[in-house]
Design a binder for this molecule. Sequence first.
Ligand code: PEP
Length: 257
Amino acid sequence: MRKKIIAANWKMHMTQSESEAFITTFLREIGDLDEVEIVIVPPFTAIPKVTELLTQTQNIKVGAQNMHWERSGAFTGEISPAMLRELFVRYVVLGHSERRALFGETDEIVNRKVRAAHVEQLRPIVCVGETLEQREKGNVEKILARQLRGSLADVEAKELHETVIAYEPIWAIGTGKTASSGQAQEAHAFIRQTLREMSDDATAEKIRIQYGGSVKPDNARELMSQPDIDGALVGGASLDPRSFAQIVQAGAPNEGL
Ligand code: PEP
């Protein structure tokens, strides 16, 4: 049984003081819920504050939104895996469609980062997903297979166990358009089948696959009740502590019964 994992991708939002207000309210809203693994992914500058506020909680981890693949060096403006590790970061989002589209990240670059993350015991959340045009041309599977095989090349099975995949159809990110639960499940089943071909049955069954793309409190439960949807990567709705708490609760339907 895969434990659901729900992550808040704050993107370039939230100062340290705003983060503090968010975490205070969020902790009050979710109480001692531990059925779901929660990851808060702040901008780099808010990571130390968020980590400090979460020291008493077991179930909420801190993630980063990106990193470089080298340990150190002349890469002005970049942050290394070792630097994140020192801040107690456990997860790192890699290959987000905004990084691919706005900052030129290719599958090869994402792959270097994924392998570097594992060296530093950071768990990558690897984002894949198609554009609307690719979907309309019937190329969803081709695109997903290419992104998975490229981004995860030479990643060993034991590292794949520690990897999370986020299926994020680009046409659904920040647009208010969500994939239907059927469309999302179909893509997730294909992703799991591709992971099976790349590794083995046991590994593919273990890997958690999040859905991302306009997840909100009112669609989260339906999406996460699909057999291959193991959580959510949430952008816009994760900026409000109450709505993010409701999404987390939707992923833990048995909590409190
Ligand atoms: C995201 O940025 O990963 C995302 C899914 O954003 P939103 O929830 O706003 O669509």
